[in-house]
Design a protein around this ligand. Structure first.
Ligand SMILES: Cc1cc2nc3c(=O)[nH]c(=O)nc-3n(C[C@H](O)[C@H](O)[C@H](O)COP(=O)(O)OP(=O)(O)OC[C@H]3O[C@@H](n4cnc5c(N)ncnc54)[C@H](O)[C@@H]3O)c2cc1C
Length: 474
């Protein structure tokens, strides 16, 4: 990651960063030693939301955010833009960890968080193309239909009603989203589609307005109680917050804390209105289906598909390299999945790219952070002043906001509903040493892919996927 990337390089990191208004030129780096009350490492959503709630709850608090590249460089500037109430640990798992009440409280807090993101964006004048259209998840095989039904049954068991998650008939599902092979699906209203880089860059501006110092192009090389080190100098702070998600293993002492897993995306050229009339997604609900190897999409405010999926291999030693953002094989598979879902895309007359039938404007990827037990956490060790939040897997867009509010409460010593949620202070175990981690992860990813194909062929639920899901945490 050496050298000084140009603004153009930052723009190439995602369709979102390429289309965000304003400059992407980094602000001044940390000039030398510094004393603050709270130092935050990482200017993604986690770091920025934490700074935001600290600065607005206690104006005058001296807060510095230190970012290796630019605000929004990481997953926060590259994701699918689902601001959803999804949490990476299931209700059943949270119940085992903390009991039924706390498990339900966690999920209810996530639902509120979706609206909180929209509220702050509006209050701070951040035009992040917010559209709370919910999520439609299609069932496109008998096995997927079974999974959809058991998801709804599980939600009911925990007291979540029709207004939270409901089963759709084939007709109801197709009416919202006319994809191929639709047998039914599920719908939840608890999701907004957003333009994530507009939110990340807008938040960075907002926290600056509230008095936070954001130092870009400032790599933190070591975190310790009361201080952190950068090439330009040492920052002393009563509280040091780690908000580094997929990049965490690069910090000394954290190699096995989080595994970076790559998710890759494509954005099409804007589609003609007539095509959207055939496809649907009126009101911009985000969409997916019930396959194992996750796909996710949204209709952007400017009429494109932004569509992504996991499936890029995990890299030995939790390595992060710019070339891992780009896998021609995965980009081609994404194009194939999209045209399989919506064959009408072949007739739009939009072509080029060499990748396939749909005109792709940009293709990109980035690392998300997977903890060994797939349970995100936020916490503060009062003895050392070290705080953290992360491990969101693919569900960080809203969860980071909850993390920011929670970390602000913890730092300010406030005992609130948020500080009692079951993820607070949770410690995920470390990942296995290599090469076991690499073998397990990639075997799991392959098994999910294999199970999807088998299910598509046979229509029956695959046992392999259930075992793989167990290794991958689920
Ligand atoms: C392709 C993709 C699609 C996704 N889709 C969705 C989605 O639709 N919905 C959803 O909810 N979630 C999604 N996610 C996950 C979500 O984007 C993340 O969980 C979330 O953005 C994490 O925010 P963060 O601030 O914790 O981490 P990041 O945004 O990764 O920020 C970490 C920041 O820390 C900086 N940093 C790291 N180490 C250092 C250091 N040593 N010194 C200084 N700075 C450092 C990095 O440069 C980076 O800017 C997706 C992720 C990816 C990659």
């Amino acid at each position: 990651m050496g050298g000084m990337p140009s603004q153009q390089t930052y723009r190439s990191l995602s369709y979102w960063l390429s289309s965000v208004p304003g400059e992407l030129a980094p602000s001044d780096p940390l000039p030398g030693d510094l004393d603050v009350d709270v130092a935050i490492v990482g200017a993604g959503f986690t770091g920025l939301w934490t700074a935001y709630y600290l600065a607005t709850s206690q104006p005058g608090l001296r807060i510095a955010v230190l970012e290796r590249e630019i605000a929004g460089f990481g997953a926060s500037g590259r994701n699918g833009g689902w601001c959803s109430a999804l949490f990476p640990a299931s209700l059943a798992k949270l119940e085992r960890m903390a009991g039924r009440g706390p498990a339900v409280a966690m999920y209810r807090a996530m639902q509120d968080t979706v609206d909180e993101v929209g509220r702050v964006a509006a209050a701070e004048g951040i035009d992040c193309h917010w559209a709370k259209g919910g999520t439609i998840q299609l069932a496109r095989s008998a096995a997927q239909l079974e999974r959809a039904a058991s998801e709804v049954a599980e939600a009911r068991k925990f007291g979540f009603g029709e207004e939270d998650l409901r089963l759709l008939s084939a007709a109801e599902a197709s009416e919202r989203l006319a994809a191929t092979d639709v047998l039914g699906g599920t719908f939840t209203p608890h999701c907004a589609a957003i333009h994530p880089a507009r939110l990340a860059r807008g938040l960075a501006e907002a926290v600056r307005r509230h008095g936070v110092a954001v130092f870009e192009r400032t790599p933190v090389t070591e975190i310790a109680p009361g201080r952190l080190r950068t090439p330009a100098g040492t920052v002393r702070a009563e509280y040091v917050i780690r908000a580094t998600e997929g990049y965490t293993p690069l910090l000394p002492g954290y190699r096995r804390a989080i595994a970076p897993v790559y998710s890759l995306m494509i954005a099409t050229e804007p589609l003609p209105e007539a095509t959207w009339e055939q496809i649907g997604l009126a009101g911009r609900p985000t969409f997916s289906d019930h396959r194992h190897l996750i796909i996710y999409g949204q209709r952007t405010a400017d009429g494109r598909f932004a569509f992504g999926g996991r499936g890029a291999p995990y890299h030995l030693g939790s390595l992060i390299r710019p070339e891992y953002d780009r896998s021609p094989a995965v980009f081609a598979a994404l194009q194939r999945s999209l045209t399989e879902l919506f064959p009408v895309l072949r007739d739009t007359g939009l072509r080029d790219t060499g990748l396939g039938d749909v005109a792709v404007a940009q293709a990109w990827g980035g690392p998300l952070g997977v903890p060994r037990d797939w349970c995100a956490s936020a916490g503060l060790d009062r003895a050392t002043g070290l705080g953290w939040a992360g491990g969101y897997v693919g569900d960080g867009v809203a969860t980071t906001n909850l993390a920011g509010r929670t970390l602000a409460d913890l730092v300010l010593g406030q005992d609130t509903d948020l500080t009692h949620l079951p993820w607070v202070g949770h410690r995920s175990p470390n990942w296995e040493a290599e090469p076991l981690r690499w073998l397990g992860m990639n075997a799991g990813l392959r098994a999910m892919d294999w199970a999807d194909r088998q299910e598509a062929r046979t229509g029956r639920q695959s046992l392999v996927a259930q075992f793989a899901g167990r290794f991958l945490g689920g």
